[in-house]
Design a protein around this ligand. Structure first.
Ligand SMILES: [Zn+2]
Length: 268
């Protein structure tokens, strides 16, 4: 009985070793998508400082590509869905499709964003300033372009005098960071057409300018807040504008929480 137990224990021990070492090898072979948590201040990806390369194809479609990401004979991912994309046609006007690359796959930019690619470069690191943590939600480290940040601090301090608390929820986001947002959600099973209704395609977000701020809470509740009412009255005094307003002439969805410093900014 004693020998049997010892033998039995040995067999179980060996099985455990084989099982766990087997698991390890299996996991290594699996095609695992590793998503790292983006840093609070995203590193500027070398690709984003390059201008989008434009090239004309035979059927007058402009492909906007990012240098270094384009692959020859790359399959078009959402071309089959092109017919489903609502497009406002004017007489004799050709629709010029635009594309972005997410994780090296090509996606069609929806009509609402078309023609609104941000052409200005993101500010360099030394042109940035960290938003003082007392003005960020949860004390997170958020960066913005220096002049915009200074204007925001002046505005937030004035608001505070009037007992209005304005907290930044998001500031500068690089094109690379914007792409990571898509990669992260797509890995969870959400598709491009769904996501792009709520998130600007990489290269199209004003946050890449370093002058745009999302205030907390960056959702529909913000429109009912005292901070929003205060901003509507005073933000222009500090050079800020609500760039996705309620009835946007460009047809963008309303984002009451999103404000951009336009003070001395050269219009894009
Ligand atoms: Zn925003």
């Amino acid at each position: 009985m004693k020998i049997f137990s010892f033998y039995h224990a040995g067999v179980i021990f060996l099985c455990c070793i084989l099982f766990f070492s087997g698991c390890g090898r299996h996991a290594e072979k699996k095609d695992v998508v590793v998503l790292t948590v983006p840093p609070a201040f995203p590193v500027i990806h070398p690709l984003e400082v390059k201008e989008g390369k434009e090239e004309k194809s035979a059927n007058d479609v402009i492909k906007i590509t990012t240098e270094g990401k384009k692959k020859k004979d790359e399959p078009v991912i959402t071309e089959k869905k092109m017919m489903d994309v609502p497009v406002i046609h004017r007489k004799n006007e050709k629709v010029v499709h635009e594309f972005v690359y997410i994780d090296q796959k090509r996606y069609l930019v929806p009509a609402v964003w078309r023609g609104n690619k941000i052409t200005r470069k993101s500010p360099a690191m030394n042109q940035m300033r960290q938003v003082p943590v007392q003005f960020t939600h949860g004390g997170t480290h958020i960066y913005a372009e220096k002049e915009a940040c200074n204007a925001f601090v002046a505005m937030a301090e004035q608001a505070l005098v009037e007992d209005i608390h304005i907290e930044v929820h998001s500031g500068f986001r690089s094109v690379w960071y914007q792409e990571k947002i898509f990669i992260k959600h797509m890995a969870k099973g959400r598709d491009w057409d769904d996501l792009v209704r709520y998130v600007a395609p990489p290269g199209y977000s004003e946050h890449a300018l370093g002058t745009a701020f999302d205030f907390y809470p960056s959702n529909w509740q913000f429109a009912d807040s005292s901070a929003y009412r205060w901003l509507q009255e005073h933000a222009h005094e500090f050079g800020f504008r609500e760039t996705y307003p309620k009835h946007s002439p460009k047809g963008f969805p309303w984002e009451a929480w999103h404000w951009r410093y336009v003070g001395r900014e050269v219009e894009r």
